[in-house]
Design a protein. Structure first.
Length: 403
């Protein structure tokens, strides 16, 4: 039996003030395309597994709910036999994601947002094969209560308990049938990108041993596609699009073929993003002006771009100039800002600031921005006058304020 695993859609995400809804629409079109090509190839999918973070926010924008609504409608009318599984991730509002859940359940769309029936599987049957699918939404402290009323506080304690309960019930009622799990959590040793809403420390991490006994675990939460543990039964599909410049720009869906309780065969299907994310480094003049690199501009014109510039002086109106060559340039960070804000320890910077009055801090800001403390001497007369006027104005303003 074949499953398509893709999670962390984050529908409605806004990235550097740009809505990604068209990028997400294109991704969902590719999901339909994959379902269609599998059917045409005579090896159709039985289910789509979406383990959480369906939406980016608890209150998603209307265009995101419309996108999901249309997707469900398209998929259900084109593939009425396909089962769809959605669980609530830490970005979703369980209450809102569960809208029309009971009604949708009768249409093969299974939305799980609470733990009231987590030991009850949806049993899929296809050509004499059966698979039990269990769903567990993101667990908050005390989401799961144990039979002996022992408090389960950490994620490890909760998953250990909940998954062993599932397997107990499974072994009793569905012995020999493969058990597939959909869950949204942070496993220890997984490689994290930079767009997850992460936790501090390791208290919220769960050891991969808790999944022993499941044939396949479709996990969400980590945005990088990867297997977890040594047995290759537990996978993160990762997010379908890179959601931060620190994320890997190559993203995937997973095609999972479950063959009895053997280790399933898992194949990565690349997602072709509408716009790739790219981080470019170089001098401002490489990206704009007479000596700009034409090939670079051609290559990255359609990408969401972050430019880290090596320039040591301020470039006036840099973003609007850059956008003439890179219309989707979302971030421009000259090196001087990056180094000025990060040099020295927090304590050093704090005491350096505390020893100065506000006018001195303003002067420091100007010299950081212009790249050196003697910058004024090198300025043309007109700009020099301008800086002096700014200092004077700041000094007068700061007298009237208590800092
Ligand atoms: Mn996520």
């Amino acid at each position: 039996m074949r499953f398509l695993h893709t999670g962390d859609w984050h529908l409605g995400k806004v990235f550097h003030e740009v809505s990604l809804i068209e990028d997400q629409r294109e991704f969902l079109r590719q999901v339909c395309e994959e379902l269609e090509s599998a059917r045409k190839g005579g090896n159709p999918y039985s289910a789509l597994l979406v383990p959480g973070d369906v939406y980016d926010r608890a209150v998603p924008p209307a265009e995101a709910t419309q996108l999901l609504s249309r997707f469900l409608n398209t998929v259900h009318s084109s593939f009425p036999e396909l089962h769809l599984f959605f669980i609530a991730g830490n970005h979703d509002s369980a209450g809102r994601l569960s809208f029309a859940r009971e009604l949708l359940d009768s249409q093969n769309i299974h939305i799980c947002t609470d733990t009231s029936h987590y030991t009850e599987p949806v049993v899929l049957e296809n050509g004499g094969e059966a698979v039990c699918v269990y769903q567990l939404p993101f667990l908050y402290p005390l989401s799961i209560s144990s039979d002996d009323e022992k408090l389960l506080r950490t994620q490890q304690e909760q998953y250990e308990y909940a998954l062993s309960r599932i397997l107990q019930v499974h072994d009793k009622s569905y012995s020999g049938i493969p058990a597939v799990l959909c869950a949204h959590l942070f496993t220890a040793k997984s490689a994290v990108g930079s767009s997850e809403r992460s936790f501090v420390g390791t208290a919220e991490m769960v050891d991969t041993d808790v999944f022993n006994g499941f044939t396949y675990c479709a996990l969400g939460h980590i945005h990088k596609c990867q297997p977890c543990g040594s047995e290759k039964r537990v996978y993160y599909s990762g997010s379908p699009l890179a959601y931060d410049f620190g994320d890997n720009p190559d993203t995937f869906m997973l095609s999972v073929t479950v063959n009895g309780t053997d280790v399933p065969s898992v194949q990565k299907i690349p997602v072709r993003p509408l716009h790739r994310l790219a981080v470019l480094e170089g001098a401002f003049s490489d990206f704009y002006g007479a000596s700009a690199d034409k090939k670079l501009i051609e290559k990255y014109r359609d990408c969401y771009v972050k430019i880290s510039a090596t320039d040591t002086s301020v470039v006036q109106g840099a973003m609007s100039l850059l956008r003439t060559n890179f219309p989707l340039c979302l971030s421009f960070v000259p090196k001087i800002y990056a180094s000025a804000s990060s040099s020295g320890s927090v304590q050093e910077r704090k005491s350096a600031i505390e020893s100065k009055n506000s006018c001195q801090i303003f002067e420091q800001f100007l010299s950081d921005a212009y790249g050196s403390s003697g910058f004024e001497e090198e300025l043309p007369a007109e700009e020099k006058q301008c800086v002096q006027d700014e200092k004077k104005l700041f000094s007068e303003l700061s007298k009237g304020l208590s800092w």
